[in-house]
Ligand binder design. Structure first.
Ligand code: BYC
Length: 331
């Protein structure tokens, strides 16, 4: 909807003019000026942001599925209410992000089409199954924890609509992270069976959470340009390390062990060091060969088809209101 009324002339210009525009653009970025939808921007900046923001939006709505799996089986009414509220928050994040991406000129229907046809990616993490209630705790603690680490710097992204959307999203993610950790704490302090469930969830979610930050810096094709444009403020490995340093002591406080025999604290650097990440597994998940890729996409397509009548009704209602308002104004 926000794409209405945007300047349509977004050509990057040619020759001298393009170089001058590019330079002026970079000066604005360097001066921490926010770039707004109607401002001139390089086409590659627009493409990068459209890709990243739409993939981020897709992750939010696909991310509802693994958690939705436990709504009917949450152990208490309080846990069920919290989980439903969290899942609704994720839908809301998707909406803010699709709206932010639309300001760059791509219609929401096209973004969704890219998701449904497998052309657009979404976060690798949501292709893993939620096998026990402890997985809901692990997702809140680790997945939302990783998301916050990645998203706090995005609140300072050079593109205004994305940066502003991220501020509210981060506040909500921070609540999600705490509710997840509290589930883990309850299980870890519970019966031996409950503690074993928490340990099993950590074993399965630890490595995929580390993969959320993206490929190692040497293989990250977008990082250098995205940092120059101040879309990204840290590299993938930089954020991954911050997450590890913040999370390992939290796991130890729970009395749980990380599934990494090489995990150790380096007194000299002050950082936790980990063993090697299985990047082949990451690539398999990105290729659509993760444990749940097919199920996630099939369910998303089905939900989209089944919601067609809702979208048609909403459009018809909006059109009626528009016609009524126009008639009233003419009278
Ligand atoms: N999964 O050059 P790179 C949430 C792709 S939702 C899949 O490093 P970039 C939540 C990458 O897109 C959390 N794909 O890329 C929701 C690129 O693909 P192309 C989602 C990945 O963009 C519900 C290629 O690999 N968060 O929190 O500079 C419940 C090369 O990578 C992944 C966001 O989306 C991955 N893990 O950096 C609970 C945050 N990693 O070029 C929680 C916004 C990389 O082939 N996004 N790829 O299309 C970002 O910050 C950046 O896009 C990334 C990647 C750090 C993820």
């Amino acid at each position: 909807m926000y794409s209405q009324g945007l300047n349509k002339d977004v050509s990057p210009g040619t020759g001298q003019e393009a170089a001058a525009e590019l330079e002026a653009f970079q000066r604005r970025v360097d001066a921490e000026d926010k770039i707004e939808p109607n401002d001139w921007m390089p086409e590659a900046y627009r493409r990068t942001l459209t890709r990243q923001i739409s993939q981020h939006a897709h992750s939010e709505i696909i991310g509802m599925q693994p958690e939705g799996n436990w709504v009917t089986r949450a152990p208490t009414l309080k846990r069920k209410c919290q989980l439903i509220a969290k899942i609704q928050d994720e839908a809301g994040h998707g909406l803010y992000l699709y709206s932010a991406a639309e300001t760059l000129g791509m219609a929401r229907a096209e973004m969704l089409d890219q998701l449904h046809t497998g052309k657009a990616k979404y976060s690798s993490i949501f292709n893993y199954p939620t096998l026990s209630w402890a997985d809901i705790g692990a997702i809140g603690w680790l997945v939302d924890g990783a998301a916050i680490m990645n998203q706090i710097p995005l609140c300072r992204c050079s593109y205004g609509p994305y940066a502003r959307a991220m501020i509210r999203i981060c506040k909500e993610e921070s609540f999600h992270q705490r509710q997840g950790y509290e589930i883990m704490l309850t299980l870890a302090r519970g019966t031996p069976e409950q503690k074993a469930m928490a340990q099993d969830a950590l074993n399965r979610w630890w490595w995929p959470s580390l993969m959320m930050f993206g490929p190692p810096d040497g293989d990250s094709k977008h990082t250098a340009q995205s940092m120059a444009w101040k879309i990204k403020r840290f590299t993938n490995d930089g954020l991954r390390q911050k997450f590890i340093d913040a999370t390992v002591p939290q796991g130890h406080y729970l009395g749980l062990a990380f599934p990494d025999p090489e995990l150790k604290f380096n007194e000299e650097t002050g950082h936790w060091e980990i063993g090697p990440i299985d990047w082949d597994e990451f690539q398999r998940v990105l290729r659509g060969e993760g444990p749940c890729n097919q199920q996630r996409l099939a369910r998303r397509r089905k939900a989209h088809e089944e919601g067609a009548w809702v979208r048609a009704a909403a459009l018809a209602h909006a059109e009626k209101r528009r016609a009524r308002a126009a008639k009233k104004q003419a009278a």
